[in-house]
Design a protein around this ligand. Structure first.
Ligand SMILES: [Zn+2]
Length: 228
């Protein structure tokens, strides 16, 4: 299996797309190898079944042209920061050696999202440890970022913006593939307009049509003042 340039980790199928679907598609357009890791299958929900959710997640991944989508069977709604879960995620990092990992920010109203944030950070550290029982060699992912998720309605910290004007419509198309969540469930239909207005507003801050925002827990190095 080839290694990945980018791995996006979400608590549930659709979180990766909501958080940074346009960035995922743009990375694919740049010829990068991209994967999505869902910690749970997202069920139960009012209009889904495990089979429907799995098919929808596959369709969304195809629309974004991702190379790999892995859905683990951690429990939806009851995700826990356990050593076993850390190790399972760390094994995915070891196996696919992503250069960049993107996941949920620490701030959110959904407990699964918060736990996912904690698990991914813990797994990043776990993945570099030697002398473990893992079948894969140690690997330390060099970069972790946190996406901007609609589940958090309070003021959200953004450290940098990524121009996704050319790929934003693919994000919407991928999310429409989650029919049971965003088409049949009328309560959630507003998400498309929320995502569009957020991306448009973020884009306006840097003079482009659409942007996605990210947090970086570490300082980002700039090499050329004149490319800022
Ligand atoms: Zn979620």
């Amino acid at each position: 299996m080839d290694t990945l340039d980018l791995l996006v980790v979400g608590a549930h199928p659709d979180d990766a797309e909501i958080g940074c679907g346009a960035t995922i598609y743009r990375a694919k357009s740049q010829g990068k190898r991209v994967g999505i890791l869902d910690l749970s299958n997202g069920e139960p929900t009012p209009y889904g079944t495990p089979e429907i959710r799995s098919k929808e997640a596959k369709n969304a991944a195809n629309i974004l042209k991702v190379d790999l989508r892995i859905t683990l069977d951690m429990p939806n709604r009851y995700l826990r920061n356990t050593i076993e879960n850390r190790k399972r995620i760390a094994d995915v990092f070891r196996q696919y050696q992503p250069r960049v990992i993107i996941t949920h920010p620490a701030q959110d109203w959904h407990e699964d999202h918060i736990i996912c944030h904690q698990l991914v950070n813990a797994a990043k550290f776990q993945a570099k440890l030697s002398n473990t029982e893992s079948e894969f060699p140690p690997y330390y992912p060099p970069r972790i970022l946190y996406f901007d998720h609609t589940h958090m309605r309070e003021q959200r910290r953004i450290d940098f913006l990524f121009d996704v004007s050319d790929s934003f419509e693919k994000k919407i198309e991928a999310l429409r593939a989650y029919e049971s969540q965003f088409v049949k469930n009328t309560k959630n239909q507003g998400i498309f307009e929320i995502l569009r207005s957020r991306a448009r507003w973020l884009g306006s801050q840097i003079g482009v049509q659409y942007a996605e925002g990210f947090q970086s827990p570490e300082f980002l190095q700039v090499n050329d003042l004149f490319s800022l």
